[in-house]
Design a protein around this ligand. Sequence first.
Ligand code: SF4
Ligand code: SF4
Length: 296
Amino acid sequence: MKAVILDIHRSSMEDGPGIRTTVFLKGCPMQCIWCHNPESISMDKELAFFEERCTLCGECVDVCPNEVHRVQHDAHTIDRTLCRMCGKCADACVQDALRMTGEELSVADVMETVMKDLAYYEESGGGLTVSGGEPLYQFGFTLELLRTAKKNGLHTCLDTGGLATREKFEAVLPCVDLFLYDYKVTEPDKHKDLTKVSNDLIFGNFEFLYHRDARIELRCPIIPGLNNDEVHLKNLLRIRRHYTELEALTIMPYHNTGNAKYERYGYVNPLPDTGTVSDDMLRHWNARLNPNQNTI
Ligand code: SF4
Ligand code: SF4
């Protein structure tokens, strides 16, 4: 079985305990307005252009069969509507200014990379994290990857936004050691407004997993001006107090490093001026939600 893979990060320290390899799958059913990985939403291959690397040599103009690239008057322009994602320009660019995103890989291909760092996982208590996009969007692959990882004795995390059928969560439950479960906006109308989907199923799946004794770290992104309000904070406090067996409730501060990606992939950035969460704001939220932890 194959899936369209966005990226594989080795030596990750942020996607669960210990040193991990994180596999990012393409495809997501949500459209969060603050998404900092816009290239993860579509399942299609995409072409990234790193303008700062381009020397205007014109090689891509010569190899492209569809006249997508133009190098004129010290500027390189791209007409993405003509691109058929053949990858010839990326292969031809010696400056690495053009890259294709979205590679079809099998479970065996991915596991070959994952198992290279087995010694680090054993030393650090790390393992494999499957992320996205939404990793359950390419469900068959994710299930097989998690099962294979468990057969190989690895610790597994699933980094999910929670928007998938109950049956899918039921199926992955035995082969996930820790769910990194995103819960983005607690107010239903606001959730729909900011992500284009209801949070009913997402919260229902969270409760299902919780009552099946899954280990869950709830991950809550805070985006200045969108959900850093008192109502959301109080709702999260209620969750914190009610679901006492949560492994953690982690505040994920928004950062605007995704802005460059919108340009690289030719998307319109819906939040060009939203700033990064300040240390003061993060301290305030953590003081309320995690008063016993020594976090900023
Ligand atoms: S081949 Fe690469 S460096 Fe040359 S013009 Fe195209 S993008 Fe720029
Ligand atoms: S991926 Fe293919 S069609 Fe698209 S710009 Fe590059 S060479 Fe042209």
